[in-house]
Write a protein that binds this ligand. Structure first.
Ligand code: SF4
Length: 453
């Protein structure tokens, strides 16, 4: 239901150039897709994860909408969903990391009209980073800058070789750049992690630290950068010789452009947002106490295709990236209180709008039990576990493959989508727009006292 921009036709096969893969936060926009009917049969430039994303995509044979599992018309489903959301006292909107920014902004508007919570999957991945940005700030850079300038890379608490397979080759480790003309040879790369992963093989140095000692290591490094004497007892805590840390810090201070790229191994272990704050502060220190003219940046490695867009859109509209309550008519940010997994586990929400996410497959048992006991509206291309328990479920077109729109790469750069072929199902944006219109009407009627909702 979105016009598809086909560049060439070859032997009856359609070729879509410069398409975008939305499987991971790298959002590679150099795909060349070969389309046969409603299947993608070739995906040039895609990594193994991207190929699986494109090749496994197929149009589901499902009703456009269901109410309590029974097929319903689109109009009936919109009406029923709007009634659920407007009659709830504590509704929550959740998900949003696998849809377009255009859909995300309407979801925030709906949350505002119904005075609910708006939360994204960030709350269960890089939420602590979002809190750290609010507290410490972020020294940012685009992946283009890193590609063209970075001569020192510190990967911390992540395994990009397997989670973001093209990151090394397209953005960070191996590409030749304007100021690093010899590519890999001009870069010094370190992996800091609690276990050896495939990524370690691509590094100059692997620092295997004790589990749950990221915070201590970051502070040891900060001390070294600032010229403060480090207590030798710290060595036992972090589990590596201080001389090895000193060697890395010296290389960092001698580099011209450095990037710390951190994953959930940093943000979701003991210390959480304090870990991220200490790494962000380390980047700040490196910029302050430098030996040569240089610049350091620290960026999270984001997972879902448009989770960065979700952070951006929710922040544009509320001032905060996730876990926001609009119940008092103005935004309040309080992770723990307004994050979906927590408030569901406490049995607080009385209705939910779940967009492009499957909390029934990954939330705690307590949260899942409560979600299954309240009316839920789901938008999803697949019959997910959450769609199975939904009061109202919409089958949607898949963003990037079937629908156009905008997504944000993990470095906050917006990327346009070029869909490969049309879907018989509506996009999230179209459904949410219809839902928002009906919610607005019902809220007006409620305010005027002309409805029994
Ligand atoms: S690195 Fe990520 S965005 Fe790029 S092709 Fe692979 S899965 Fe897709």
């Amino acid at each position: 239901m979105t016009s598809v921009d086909v560049e060439q036709e070859e032997n009856g096969l359609r070729i879509v150039s410069d398409a975008t893969c939305t499987f991971c936060g790298c959002v590679c926009d150099d795909m060349q897709l070969t389309v046969e009917g409603d299947r993608i049969t070739k995906a040039k430039n895609a990594c193994v994860l991207g190929k699986a994303w494109f090749f496994n995509h197929h149009i589901e044979d499902r009703p456009e909408a269901t109410i309590r599992g029974e097929p319903a018309s689109y109009e009936q489903a919109i009406e029923h969903a709007a009634q659920i959301l407007t009659s709830a006292r504590y509704p929550v909107t959740y998900g949003l990391s696998d849809t377009t920014c255009e859909a995300q902004r309407i979801a925030v508007a709906i949350s505002d009209w119904i005075g609910g919570i708006v939360d994204t999957t960030t709350s269960v991945c890089h939420g602590p980073s979002g809190m750290a940005f609010q507290g410490v700030g972020e020294i940012t850079a685009s992946l283009g800058e890193i590609r063209n300038r970075a001569d020192c890379l510190i990967f911390w608490g992540g395994n990009p070789a397997e989670s973001h397979p093209r990151h090394f080759t397209r953005y960070s480790l191996t590409p030749k750049g304007e100021f690093v003309p010899r590519g890999r040879k001009d870069r010094y790369a370190v992996l800091i992690d609690v276990r050896r992963t495939k990524s370690a093989n691509a590094m100059d140095k692997f620092l295997q630290i004790r589990p749950r000692s990221d915070f201590e290591l970051a502070w040891v490094m900060r001390a070294m950068v600032r010229g403060v004497e480090v207590d030798p007892a710290a060595e036992k805590q972090i589990g590596v010789p201080l001389s090895e840390v000193r060697e890395i810090v010296d290389r960092m201070m001698e580099s011209k452009f450095g990037a710390i790229l951190f994953g959930m191994g940093l943000t979701m272990t003991r210390g959480k947002h304090l870990n991220t704050e200490s790494v962000l502060a380390l980047a700040r220190d490196l910029n302050t106490f430098k030996k040569i003219p240089s610049r350091w940046t620290a960026k999270p490695m984001r997972g879902h295709g448009n989770v960065t867009g979700a952070d951006n859109v929710v922040t544009w509209q509320t001032g905060y990236p996730f876990g926001v309550s609009l119940g008092r008519g103005y935004p309040r940010f309080n992770p723990g209180e307004f994050t979906t997994s927590d408030l569901l586990a406490r049995q607080e929400a009385d209705a939910a709008l779940i967009i492009a996410s499957d909390p029934m497959s990954n939330f705690s048992q307590a949260a899942r039990d409560h979600l299954a006991s309240i009316p839920v509206v789901v938008l999803d291309p697949k019959l997910s576990d959450t769609a199975r328990i939904a009061e109202v479920a919409f089958t949607t077109a898949t963003y990037g493959i079937n629908t156009a729109g905008t997504v944000y790469r993990m470095d906050d750069v917006p990327i346009p989508l070029r869909p490969a072929f049309e879907s018989p199902y509506r996009s999230d944006q179209e459904i949410l727009q219809a839902l928002e219109t009906r919610v607005r009407q019902l809220k007006r009627e409620q305010a005027a006292g002309t409805t029994s909702v």
